[in-house]
Design a protein around this ligand. Structure first.
Ligand code: NAG
Ligand code: NAG
Length: 249
């Protein structure tokens, strides 16, 4: 019958359309999984994404060194940027002193300090036992060290400051090392960007303060403030409340 024939034809063409789309959807699925995406670690709180594209740790380090060793940047940091940065860091640190997060007797570490303007600012306001740490040393202000594996003993510092959290390839190690080397009662101050994203050397992107706070195991949040700090918009102050647990990795 005519009607029946049309029906059969429609079913047949539906079948061939389906057969055509089946491999196509497999292909799309495959492309989806092959495409490099930010890795989402089950251990890592939602809200921190690691940028794709690092084959291994050595490659990450050499990319970071590339920025730190860039002679044009180093010249800017030690000339044009020098006074301006010290002035801004000084006002941040004075505020922390007023709020009793920092004092002249605080043994202090600045993580990822590059040429050490924050160290100069600390010493300038009277925090005399202050030192910086970076992949490339800048004596006498900055010693050599990787924030994923700080070259300091447990419970060495009263105060740790950093504005390079976005450079951490392993944010949980960055925080674990801060909690290891801080004394109980010590204070960690991080400047991070929530609204703006970091530069091409950033290794992670942070989407919420909570995600950052969740990485701390033995500290409590003391204060979260909006700031204007060289492209970073949020200051998070945490205080270590008990001895660091053994971190199992
Ligand atoms: C940084 O990387 C660029 C290319 O991406 C390269 O030409 C340059 O030599 C590198 N600089 C350093 C200090 O490694
Ligand atoms: C901290 O040191 C500075 C500079 O030496 C000094 O002016 C200030 O009075 C000291 N603050 C306290 C509370 O001792």
């Amino acid at each position: 019958m005519w009607i029946g024939k049309v029906k059969v034809n429609v079913i047949a063409s539906l079948k061939s359309i389906l057969l055509l789309f089946l491999p196509l959807s497999f292909l799309l699925l495959l492309l989806f999984f092959l495409h490099p995406r930010p890795t989402i670690d089950k251990q890592r709180p939602a809200g921190i994404l690691i940028r794709p594209g690092y084959e291994n740790y050595d490659q990450y380090i050499s990319k970071q060194l590339n920025k730190t060793l860039n002679s044009r940047l180093r010249r800017i940091w030690t000339t044009r940027d020098w006074d301006r940065k010290i002035r801004v860091f000084t006002s941040f640190f004075n505020n922390l002193v007023s709020n009793e997060f920092l004092s002249n007797s605080s043994r202090s570490l600045c993580i990822g300090a590059r040429v050490g303007q924050e160290v100069v600012a600390l010493r300038g306001i009277g925090v005399s036992d202050a030192v910086g740490m970076d992949l490339v040393p800048y004596p006498p202000l900055v010693v050599k060290g990787d924030f994923h594996n700080q070259p300091f003993l447990d419970e060495s510092f009263d105060f740790e400051f950093s504005n390079v959290f976005d450079h951490a390839l392993y944010p949980e190690k960055f925080v674990g090392e801060v909690e290891r080397t801080l004394k109980v009662g010590g204070v960690c101050v991080l400047h991070v960007a929530l609204k703006r994203k970091g530069d091409k050397y950033s290794a992670n992107d942070l989407y919420s303060v909570d995600a950052l706070i969740k990485l701390f195991r033995v500290s409590t949040v003391a204060r979260v403030t909006q700031i204007d700090g060289f492209g970073l918009d949020t200051e998070v102050v945490l205080r270590k409340t008990s001895a660091a647990k053994e971190i199992t990795t």
